[in-house]
Structure formats: C-alpha cells, structure tokens
Design a protein around this ligand. Structure first.
Ligand SMILES: [Zn+2]
Length: 261
C-alpha cells in the first residue's frame, strides 16, 4: 500500500478525470492522497474533496508561488479554518502547508519570509507539522526553523540535495519527500543522498500535476505515477521491496496521523 504525500489533486486539470483516477488508485494500491493547500481561494475546494472521499487528506497553507493574491486577512482565515477542521473528530487536516521560500520567483524574499514565519508560528501554536516548499533556500529555511524553535516536524517536499542538508532537516523532525526527481538520470547527487539516508526518513510523493516523471509530459502526471517513483527508489535501496513499501507507508502515516481505514 502506498500514500501519495503530496498531490495537488484539487487543481482544475484533474476535473475531467478525477473520478476515473480515484477508481484507478485503488487498483494501484494507493490508499491515500494528501492534498497540500496553496492559497485561500482553494482551501474550501480541498476541504470538500476530503469530505467526499474517505482516502483524501489535506493540509492548508499559503504557498510562496501564490503570494501575488495574498491578503493579510488570509492568515486570520487560515487560523479559523485550521481550528475548525482540527476540532472535528478524525480530522482529515493533517498539516499546515505548503509553505516556504523560493528564490526563483519574483516575489520579494522579505515578504516570503514574513508569511512563512507567521505560518510557522501558527503551526507551532496548533501543534501541526508543516509541508515545506524549498527552492534554493535550504540554509535560510533551516535557520528560520531553528530561530522559531519549531518542533512539530513535517515533510521537506520534493527534496533534492546533499546528505548533510538532509540530515539537518531530519534532526529537526522532518521527513524527506521523494518524488519524480529521482527518475531523472542527471539527479546523481539526490539519488546518492536518498540511497544513504535512514529509510524511516523518507516518504513518497508525485507532486502531480507538477514535477513530471522523466520523459513524461506534465499532462500525464497523476498520483498513479507513485509506483514509478517507488520502483526507482527501490533501485537505490538495499532493503527488500516489501520492507521499503511498508516503511514508507508507516513514515507517512506517522507524520500525518493518517488513519488506516
Ligand atoms: Zn506542491
């Protein structure tokens, strides 16, 4: 059984085939999908998808790519929604995210940091793990996590990088999201890192519709590709395939408190 720890299944590109994909997930042994929040406008649709599908879980947050539409009130709304959804029994809201810093976008880093820190403080106050989006800002994110004394852990989504950096995040209670990047022949450093890290620090993700698999078009990216990523990961690891599958499942379940139903 597998969990896609990061899939933007609410995005409009899935509107035509979401139902079909949902039925195919079961055949592919994918028991759950976690949909990360990106911006205030899309939180309600994510909550609705989770309400209507027992195998969909979610997080809410403000992604750095969506800061153009940011309004100060979004943070208040986020807090209200998180409090509300977390109060429910068997809440399917499992984290705050995705949040972080991205050096490759136009939005000013000072603004990104302010909103990142505000969300980190909110996650800490609600004792929620976070889903991190980090692009060319690993050291800065580490410094901010330490400075804010954030201790609820979470997932470093779409991890790529060195073993030293990975271990810094692991020490702070984070697991690393292994995605399509390992299907690319030139991702040598990331593959080497992932082959050496403790198995209990890894989770699987497709990031669909983003992060296409090597030689595949973004249009074809769906949670069904999780199996391709898993097969690549197995090539990098020494453990038996069934041990890897079980461990990845438990890792994701433990960080997100996903109920095995
Ligand atoms: Zn994402």
């Amino acid at each position: 059984m597998f969990i896609d720890s990061h899939c933007h299944f609410n995005f409009a590109c899935f509107n035509t085939n979401r139902k079909l994909l949902m039925s195919q997930l079961i055949d592919s042994n994918i028991s759950h999908i976690v949909i990360p929040g990106t911006d205030a406008k899309r939180w309600a649709e994510i909550i609705k998808l989770a309400e209507n599908n027992h195998n969909i879980y979610f997080s809410l947050g403000i992604h750095p790519h969506f800061l153009r539409d940011f309004d100060e009130q979004d943070l208040t709304y986020l807090k209200e929604l998180l409090l509300l959804t977390r109060q429910q029994t068997n809440s399917k809201c499992v984290a705050l995210g995705e949040i972080g810093l991205d050096k490759l976008i136009e939005t000013d880093l000072i603004q990104q940091e302010a909103i990142f820190l505000a969300q980190l403080a909110l996650a800490q106050s609600l004792k929620l793990p976070v889903i991190l989006h980090i692009v060319k800002t690993q050291s800065r994110v580490l410094a901010l996590l330490k400075q804010s004394k954030f201790n609820c852990g979470g997932i470093y989504h779409a991890f790529s990088g060195s073993e030293e950096i990975a271990n810094e995040f692991i020490k702070l209670g984070f697991k690393l999201g292994v995605g399509g990047v390992i299907t690319y022949p030139n991702s040598t450093k990331t593959k080497q890192t992932i082959s050496r890290l403790p198995l209990n620090s890894l989770v699987l993700e497709t990031d669909a519709p983003d992060m296409p698999i090597y030689k595949q078009n973004t249009l074809n990216n769906s949670p069904l590709n999780l199996k391709i990523i898993f097969n690549e990961l197995c090539k990098l690891r020494k453990e038996p395939i069934d041990v890897i599958e079980r461990e990845l499942y438990l890792n994701c379940q433990s960080i997100f408190s996903i109920i095995n139903d």
